[in-house]
Design a protein around this ligand. Sequence first.
Ligand code: SF4
Length: 462
Amino acid sequence: MAEALKHQIEAAFDEPACATNRAKDAASRRKGCSKALTPGAAAGGCAFDGAKIALQPIVDAAHLVHAPLGCEGNAWDNRGSASSGPELYRTGFTTDLTEMDIVMGQGEKKLFRAIREVIEQQAPAAVFVYATCVTALIGDDIEAVCKAAAERFETPVIPVNVPGYVGSKNLGNRMAGEVLFKHVIGTLEPQAPGLCDINLIGDFNLSGELWQVKPLLDRLGIRVLGSISGDARYRQVAMAHRARVSMLFCAHGYVNLARKLQETYGIPYFEGSFYGISDTSDALRTICRMLADRGAPADLIPRCEALIAEEEARTWATLEPYRPRIAGRRVLLYTGGHKTWSVVSALQELGMEVVGTSMRKATPDDRGRVVQIMGTEAHMFDNMAPREMFKLLREARADVLMSGARSQFVALKARVPWIDVNQEKHEPYAGYMGMVQLVKTLDRSINNPVWADLRAPAPWEV
Ligand code: SF4
């Protein structure tokens, strides 16, 4: 591994604002969080995949993967990040490197030609160029090629030097933040910076979740100056250094970026969530309070309280007919974990019982919050083998499984409804509207008559 890349990874693992890092003693902190990679470590996504996921929602940029075809096939459009305008981000661009290109040392030339072709044919706002295992191992200098292409074609060309072999998808997320900080943020100035400009960091507008929250911000006169990176335009990201406050959605992936924005540009940040009614209200309150502290009009806070009161009343009124249909039902929650506390609190707000929740990728802070919400550690687990999950569901200790797509067949085999709450989901659950959507989905799934039929003995068993 190149020395520069090694240092970047070490720096990403030694993040002073990371809760996991802070919880260690000085000796273990010196060792860093980096672990020797074992075969299969990239299952569920390599670092390149993580970087691509984080940057691809910049919708007016071209995302060019310098690799044999398989890497782009692996990473293309595997999340439902939605765009309100350009669709360029969904086109897969790759240099499609062949064995002959590698043997003949043609990689860098092919990359330069590909950048030219993309710029001439698509006129993107910028080109993100991704290194992968193959091109990093043969030593292609994508930073030099990107620099030469940017000068020649007068378009930003950003090297994303995060080959898959350096680690997990999470590390890729974090390093994507570093790429934005190093090459993009601070390169453009907004024409009219405002006192109510904010950054949203770590939201990808999956299935349009950002659009469930943005109307609330619009009503308060709050502008999303820098979106990193849901439904973002390249220029928006480049101007993120002029926001007044940052809201951080995923501390695991982006705490380094939020900290650097604070230290370099004086933008304070907080970690929040738009899942659940009270978490949405808390996030809005915190944004307004922090903006007011930095000079936004003082009436922002009473206007925010009025909006929260109106929206909460309307949401609870809409939920009223559904609540008796789901109250008391038991949920097994098996998610990536970084926002588990938020989903758990949302489910409890609805009167549901959480019988178990995974904490696989949770930080110590996340764990603390879950214990606070649930009042016990008894229902927290790091990993659950499919066999155990099946047993738990089969013994009817849970009425519904909420998880990512990989566990869906365990639920279906156990004849229990399953709801997708991972990044690939098709329904948005953010904000007040999202809560209504989640409750409708829960009701539709749990009370579907098909389950009674499925669980009844087959005619030949009677
Ligand atoms: S970057 Fe490496 S690990 Fe990731 S898909 Fe390509 S070859 Fe596989």
